[in-house]
Ligand binder design. Structure first.
Ligand code: KG4
Ligand code: ZN
Length: 345
């Protein structure tokens, strides 16, 4: 079944859940503009500093929204609804976008739609020309989440698996830190891996042969740490080889488990979203493995893989089409699971 994106007018999407301030305009289902401002100053702290993140969102919110209007050739009077991330994320950061959106919704007297950040990542796949058909299996791989879910429809999800410890992006960032890279390290590991030998060290692939669809990345991170501790020094070539070997293990785990989960549920449409889905080896491997199995693979372009407001506006359009609007009591939730692990009877 295809997901129809109906004519919902001009929707402003707002995203401020972590360290990206972003605004986008979706006009009748088509993206008219997207502006993303990343807070690069966190890299020297080795991770996002929540207080600094919220202050930076306050400074950039209005200019970013104005830039989104200008690139789309509209003014606030053309807006028909506002979609905003209200969960999960950093409390202070979420509140900046949410309160901005509430003020605008009240002032313009147009509907407000509260958006779950992870749910928006899932539907970021619809921002591309080639769109998945329902039902599909989605692998959400970001800095805070690694989740496998079966998407039957907008709002109808089944839990398949999740990480039992670190998120995949967190593993990339921590291993990158060990290799002396700035936060977030995923893009640099990706770049260096192209020049390294993926068979240099065989890092462990945890839970690969288990029956379930869960992941565990703390072991591989510790293995890299121990391997590095044993060396007297690390050359540039060695750094490339470690990046390639680590990335190969991560890709093996993510692709194998996702395709196994899809096969077990008789699903042929596979979607990979979230910051880590920008990884070039992960995208390539998924493409190849899916074509071997007669499956279809969908991944948004890197701009829509990492945090952005286009995906917020897209899910806003889907929710509006089914009348799911919020009111001004909409609260920010730092932790709000999209799906729950089924209880064992
Ligand atoms: O979805 P996202 O932008 O923010 C969260 O909601 O977490 O994901 C950020 C994560 C970071 O851990 C970053 O290192 C990772 O995505 N990432 C990558 C790549 N680009 C971003 N990981 C591996 N390869 C990449 N090319
Ligand atoms: Zn995200």
């Amino acid at each position: 079944m295809s997901l129809a994106i109906s004519k919902t007018g001009c929707i402003l999407g707002i995203e401020t859940s972590c360290d990206e301030t972003s605004a986008a305009i979706l006009r009748d289902g088509g993206l008219a503009s997207v502006v993303v401002s990343s807070q690069f100053f966190h890299d020297k702290f080795g991770g996002v500093v929540p207080e600094l993140a919220s202050r930076a969102h306050v400074r950039s919110m209005l200019p970013i929204v104005r830039e989104a209007y200008s690139r789309a050739g509209i003014t606030s009077k053309d807006l028909t609804a506002i979609a905003v991330t209200h969960a999960p994320g950093l409390m202070g950061s979420l509140l900046v976008g949410l309160n901005f959106a509430k003020g605008l919704s009240l002032g313009l007297d147009i509907p407000l739609v509260g958006i779950h950040h992870i749910e928006a990542h899932i539907f970021s796949a619809l921002l591309e020309q080639e769109r998945p058909e329902l039902p599909f299996v989605a692998l959400v791989v970001s800095g805070g989440h690694t989740l496998l879910i079966l998407v039957n429809d907008v709002g109808s999800y089944e839990f398949l698996g999740e990480t039992l410890d670190d998120a995949a992006g967190e593993a990339f960032d921590k291993v990158g830190k060990m290799l002396g890279m700035d936060y977030p390290a995923g893009p640099e590991i990706d770049r260096l891996a192209h020049e390294g030998n993926p068979a240099f060290v065989k890092f462990p692939r945890a839970l690969m042969n288990e029956e379930n669809f869960d992941f565990s990345f703390s072991g591989i991170k510790t293995s890299v740490l121990y391997w590095l501790k044993k060396q007297s020094g690390i050359s540039v070539d060695m750094k490339k080889d470690i990046a390639a070997s680590f990335q190969r293990a991560m890709v093996d785990i993510l692709v194998t488990k996702t395709l196994r989960a899809a096969e077990a549920n008789g699903i042929t449409n596979i979607v990979c979203v979230g910051g880590v889905s920008a990884n070039s080896e992960l995208r390539e491997r998924f493409k190849t493995e899916c074509s071997h199995r007669g499956m279809l693979f969908f991944v948004p372009r890197p701009l829509f893989s990492t945090d952005n407001a286009a995906m917020i506006a897209m899910l806003g359009a889907l929710k509006l089409a089914s009348g799911k609007v919020s009111d001004l009591s909409l609260a920010a939730h730092p932790r709000l699971p999209l799906v729950h692990r089924p209880k064992i009877q």
